[in-house]
Design a protein around this ligand. Structure first.
Ligand SMILES: NC(=O)c1ccc[n+]([C@@H]2O[C@H](COP(=O)([O-])OP(=O)(O)OC[C@H]3O[C@@H](n4cnc5c(N)ncnc54)[C@H](O)[C@@H]3O)[C@@H](O)[C@H]2O)c1
Ligand SMILES: [Zn+2]
Ligand SMILES: [Zn+2]
Length: 410
C-alpha cells in the first residue's frame, strides 16, 4: 500500500531523510513556490520548499459533495506550525461534520472547509512566536486544534471543554490537505520512529500512517477508559468494537488490564475484534436477547460500558445491561442522540453516566506512549486522499472494519 518511492527514501539516515525526501518529490511539487522570505515574521528553512498550491479535499456546504481540488497552501499565524501532512486517519466525526450532524458547532467555511483531525506529518514552517518546535520535527494534528489556555477548564487540564476551543476540520481547516496549519501548543509531538526500538527509520511511512488514528481515536478511547473507573480484570463492554475507535479501545482496554466484551455486527468484524484481543463478541443483529447474553457472559453485566457505536438505541440499551454500581461512558455522537434510562433502575443500580470528550495534552502523550511501546497496534487500511468520498460512503454503510487512513500524496 505504501509507495516504494517513499519506502526507499525512508531507508536513509536521520540526517539525510528530509533533504532526500525533497529530491525524491516527497516535499516538493512543480507548482510555484511561495516567497516566504518576504515575511520576516515567519521562519522557514531552505530545505523545505513550500508550494503555493496543494491538493486537498474540501466541501462548500454540508452534505453537498466533496471536491478533491487544488487549493492554497495556508500561511501559519505567529503561534502556528505549518505541517506537511503525510497521512490522516478518517474518523466518523469527519463524516458527522460533513453531514452537519451537530448544529451546535460554528463551522468555518472560508469559503470552503477542509475536514480531518488525525493528521501526522513534518513541521515545515512556523510562525514567529512558536517555541519548542524545530523544522523537521514530527507533529500530529488533533481535533482540539487550539484552546485559550487561560479559562477555568484550560487551567485545570480540561482543555477540550474550553469555550474558545478551535477544532481541526470543523472551525479550522484540517488534515485532509497536503499542508495544514495548527496551533503549536496543542499540536502533538510525535517521536521519530528511528528513536523507537519497535520501529526504526526504514518503517517511517508505516509509522506515520499507523500513528495518525492515535491522534483522535486512540487518545479518545484511552481517556474514556480512564473515565470508566475500571479496575484490572473487570469487564469492559465496548459498543461499536470493530470500528475505528472500537478497534483501538479493545487494545487499550486489554493493555490496561481489563477484560473486553464487544458489540458490533458481522463475521468480519467479529474476527477483527478477536484479533485485537477482544474476549466475547455479541452480534447485535443475531441475538434475540442482548441484555441476557451480555449479563450471562460477564456474570452480572460489565463493570463499565464505553459507548462508541454510532447508534442512539445502543447507548440507551447500555443502561439496561450495565452492572450495578457500573459506569457508562458516552463517547459516540450520533446525530440528535439522547440517553433514555429508567430512573428506578438508574437509582437502585446507582449507575454513573459520564461524557468523555477527546483528551488533554497529557492524555495525548500517554496514548502515544502505549502505541510507541507496541502495546497498541493501529491496524489501518491506507487509500489515497482523492478516495475520501468513497471512504465516507463505506463508513456510512458501516462497511469499514477498523480505521481507514488517507495518504495525501494521491
Ligand atoms: N467523544 C469524543 O471525543 C469522540 C472522539 C472521536 C469520535 N467520536 C465519535 O465516536 C463515534 C465512533 O467513531 P468511529 O470513528 O469509531 O466510527 P466507525 O464508523 O469507525 O465505528 C462505528 C462502529 O459502530 C458500529 N455500530 C453501529 N451501530 C451499532 C449498534 N447498534 N451496536 C453496536 N455497534 C454499532 C458500526 O458497525 C461501526 O463498526 C462517532 O460518533 C464519532 O463522532 C467521539
Ligand atoms: Zn475523531
Ligand atoms: Zn480555555
Amino acid at each position: 500500500m505504501l509507495s516504494t518511492v517513499r519506502k526507499s527514501v525512508l531507508a536513509t539516515s536521520k540526517q539525510t531523510l528530509l533533504t532526500t525526501s525533497l529530491r525524491s518529490g516527497l516535499l516538493s511539487t512543480k507548482t510555484p513556490l511561495l516567497k516566504y522570505t518576504a515575511n520576516a515574521a515567519l521562519r522557514f528553512n531552505s530545505t523545505f520548499q513550500i508550494p503555493e498550491t496543494q491538493k486537498g479535499v474540501v466541501f462548500y456546504e454540508h452534505d453537498a459533495g466533496l471536491k478533491y481540488e487544488d487549493i492554497k497552501v495556508p500561511e501559519p499565524k505567529p503561534h502556528e506550525l505549518l505541517v506537511k501532512v503525510l497521512y490522516s486517519g478518517v474518523c466518523h466525526t469527519d463524516l458527522h461534520v460533513y453531514k452537519g450532524d451537530w448544529p451546535e458547532i460554528k463551522y468555518k467555511f472560508d469559503p470552503y472547509l477542509v475536514g480531518g483531525h488525525e493528521g501526522a506529518g513534518i513541521v515545515v514552517g512556523m510562525g514567529s512566536q512558536v517555541a519548542g518546535w524545530k523544522l523537521g520535527d514530527l507533529a500530529g494534528i488533533k481535533w482540539l486544534q487550539s484552546s485559550c489556555q487561560s479559562c477555568e477548564f484550560c487551567e485545570t487540564g480540561h482543555e477540550s471543554n474550553c469555550p474558545e476551543a478551535e477544532l481541526s476540520g470543523a472551525t479550522h481547516n484540517g488534515s485532509f490537505q497536503q499542508y495544514a496549519t495548527t496551533d503549536a501548543v496543542q499540536a502533538a509531538k510525535l517521536t521519530k520512529p528511528e528513536e523507537l526500538p519497535n520501529w526504526g527509520n526504514e518503517n517511517f511511512n508505516e509509522y506515520m500512517a499507523k500513528v495518525s488514528p492515535i491522534l483522535c481515536g486512540g487518545l479518545t478511547v484511552y481517556k474514556a477508559l480512564k473515565a470508566s473507573n475500571l479496575k484490572p480484570n473487570q469487564w469492559c463492554l465496548i459498543t461499536g468494537c470493530a470500528g475505528g475507535l472500537g478497534s483501538l479501545a479493545t487494545q487499550y482496554a486489554k493493555a490496561m488490564g481489563f477484560r473486553v466484551i464487544g458489540i458490533d455486527s458481522g463475521d468480519d468484524k467479529k474476527e477483527f475484534f478477536n484479533k485485537m484481543g477482544g474476549e466475547v463478541f455479541i452480534d447485535f443483529r443475531k441475538t434475540d436477547n442482548i441484555v441476557k447474553d451480555i449479563q450471562e457472559a460477564t456474570h452480572g453485566g460489565p463493570h463499565a460500558v464505553v459507548n462508541l457505536a454510532t447508534s442512539s438505541d445502543s447507548i440507551s440499551l447500555s443502561t439496561k445491561y450495565c452492572r450495578t454500581n457500573g459506569t457508562i461512558v458516552l463517547v459516540g455522537l450520533p446525530a440528535g442522540a439522547v440517553v433514555k434510562s429508567d430512573v428506578f433502575d438508574h437509582v437502585v443500580k446507582s449507575l454513573k453516566i459520564v461524557g468523555s470528550y477527546v483528551g488533554n495534552r497529557a492524555d495525548t502523550r500517554e496514548a502515544l506512549e502505549f502505541f510507541n511501546r507496541g502495546l497498541v497496534n493501529s491496524e489501518v487500511k491506507v487509500v489515497g486522499l482523492s478516495q475520501l468520498e468513497q471512504v465516507f460512503d463505506d463508513m456510512e454503510q458501516r462497511k469499514i472494519v477498523g480505521r481507514v487512513v488517507v495518504d495525501t500524496s494521491n
